[in-house]
Write a protein of this length. Structure first.
Length: 112
């Protein structure tokens, strides 16, 4: 049976630098990433909340469309729901930009 004779390549400089970090550096990184991941969770929670709300709205819209008695009534209802949906998407976009903006500056040094 053949024996494996290749040796592992030496660690790249970046990996070696990581292992040489001191305790305070690692503690600082852990604290920063903990806050950052927590904020990422807030963004995800908001996205899921909005998705649930939109799906609920769409189910209600489908029920209302099914109850329409004329094409004119259906068209008016469609215009109403479309306007409301666009408004909600715009508001949600603004909220998500604010959350992501907060996330982007999290951990940056304070300006004097």
């Amino acid at each position: 049976m053949a024996k494996h004779t290749e040796s592992l390549a030496p660690f790249p400089a970046a990996v070696q630098a990581f292992w040489n970090c001191n305790g305070p550096s690692i503690d600082s990184a852990v604290k920063t990433y903990t806050v950052w991941l927590s904020d990422c969770g807030r963004v995800q929670d908001e996205a899921l909340r909005f998705l649930r709300a939109r799906l609920s709205e769409q189910l209600q819209a489908a029920a209302h469309f099914a109850a329409c008695k004329s094409p004119t009534e259906a068209f008016d209802l469609q215009v109403e729901y479309a306007g409301k949906a666009v408004s909600e998407f715009m508001a949600e976009g603004k909220k998500m930009l604010e959350l992501c903006g907060h996330l982007a500056v999290q951990g940056l040094p304070k300006q004097a």
